[in-house]
Design a protein around this ligand. Structure first.
Ligand SMILES: [Mn+2]
Length: 435
């Protein structure tokens, strides 16, 4: 008996932070098509969907066609789809389900009551799937407040399908505590809601998996995304294997600047290598990568020199790097000068602008705010960060305010960038004068 489980498809949503050329090629809809292809090629006995299949209640029309055609393809291949509704598709999924008449689609636990459905494989082995659907957009009670009974004639092979917040005593999204999963009498759970893949083992004989969003939906959902292949080899506790499905991956990449030449070719090569390292060998299907790049470490070149090289990179939204297309979403710099090139204590002895800046950096690094320049710089950066955080553009984002330590760190990085630029200008001036 083989099953393919996925969660948090969010059909109808557009991916965040990707170049517009990619909007059609890489979408939750595309991942759903690819999931169906995989289910058919693996000849699974069922596809399981753990909620948030549709992005929002008002996405009926966006979701209707894709869900219908996908379920129809699976039905034609004699693969049933068994789903529960999550907090995003509480009403729209039951509505959609009612239009899938004649197709092999089972929505379990509508209205927040446990329900089960048996499937039987070609060898006659029977699996019982238990499910519970969100009755409203918010649900502050544990789904287990409605007792979960095994039902008549329950087979040994049992699986639970649930959209919930695992490991929580209180939450607006169906909080479930680990002991409730452990005491359920169901050895394997497929959960939805958390978009980052996770595995929990509340007991020796109980596992609960979050497959994570089928396709990462924004830069917060980085790494490889896909589904889980569940293989019962006659055992109540099957093997569970991640199956990459998404063809676009968000990656956070940090490149050390110590041995990095400040040239586009060197940067491209280092970036390619880092992307290859981040994606396992079995992820060759990743076609598109959205990168948040951080350059950090010591270098003979300042942040602004590196920034110029990276800008050449971002002129074209998408770079074709051989086997993959890459888009830079964000780039940040945390670069320190080489001590043999810029001797900070020595420069700080000077009374010119460079000396003042060097003194401020030394003070900032020591956390000494008696230095008036250091304290002014920090106050100015803090004011700007707070103003940006208070702007309407940030309102829509679940964005924790930067803490004081992070602001201080960024101020130091920026001060070093300025120091490097000033130092270089002074050298150039000196060379000109010498000539
Ligand atoms: Mn979700």
């Amino acid at each position: 008996m083989k099953l393919l489980a996925a969660a948090d498809l969010h059909l109808g949503r557009a991916l965040g932070g990707v170049p517009c050329q990619w909007a059609d090629d890489y979408s939750p809809r595309q991942a759903w098509h690819d999931l169906i292809g995989r289910a058919i090629s693996e000849r699974v006995d069922a596809v399981l969907l753990a909620g948030d299949v549709v992005d929002r209640e008002n996405r009926f029309f966006e979701a209707y066609g894709v869900l219908h055609s996908g379920v129809a393809r699976l039905s034609k291949a004699a693969i049933p789809v068994i789903a529960v509704a999550g907090n995003h598709d509480t009403a729209v999924l039951p509505e959609l389900a009612s239009t899938l008449d004649g197709l092999n689609f089972v929505l379990l636990g509508v209205g927040g009551c446990w329900e089960w459905h048996d499937i039987t494989d070609s060898a006659g082995r029977r699996l019982r799937i238990y499910g519970w659907s969100f009755p409203a957009q918010h649900h502050r009670h544990s789904p287990f407040e409605d007792p979960l009974a095994p039902g008549a004639d329950a087979p040994a092979m049992r699986l639970g399908l649930l959209h919930c917040e695992y490991g929580q005593a209180a939450s607006a999204y169906a909080p479930v505590q680990s002991h409730e999963i452990q005491d359920s009498g169901i050895p394997l759970w497929m959960l939805g809601h958390i978009h980052v893949p996770q595995c929990h083992t509340p007991g020796n004989s109980t596992s609960a998996y979050y497959p994570g969003s089928l396709q990462g939906l924004d830069a917060g959902e980085s790494g490889i995304h896909g589904a889980l292949l569940i293989d019962y080899d006659g055992d109540a506790q099957p093997t569970v294997t991640p199956i990459p499905i998404a063809k676009l991956a968000y990656l956070k990449i940090s490149l050390p600047t110590a041995d990095l030449d400040c040239r586009k070719a060197a940067l491209t090569q280092a970036l390619c290598q880092a992307i290859d390292d981040a994606l396992d060998d079995d992820c060759a299907d990743i076609e598109a990568v959205v990168v948040d790049l951080n350059l950090a470490g010591q270098s003979a070149h300042s942040a602004s020199e590196f920034r110029q090289i990276v800008h050449e990179f971002t002129e074209n939204a998408i770079q074709d790097l051989g086997n993959r297309d890459v888009a830079l979403r964000k780039h940040s710099y945390d670069i320190r000068p080489l001590p043999e090139e810029i001797n900070l204590p020595e420069i700080a002895g000077g009374s010119d602008l460079l000396g003042t800046l060097a003194q401020a950096i030394i003070a900032l690094e020591a956390g000494n705010l008696n230095d008036p320049v250091a304290s002014d710089m920090l106050a100015e950066v803090t004011r700007n960060v707070r103003r940006a955080e208070a702007s309407p553009a940030f309102d829509q984002l679940a964005h924790a305010p930067l803490d004081a330590a992070a602001i201080q760190h960024q101020t130091i990085a920026k001060a070093y960038e300025l120091l490097g630029d000033l130092h270089r200008q002074r050298q150039q001036l000196q060379e000109r004068n010498d000539a």
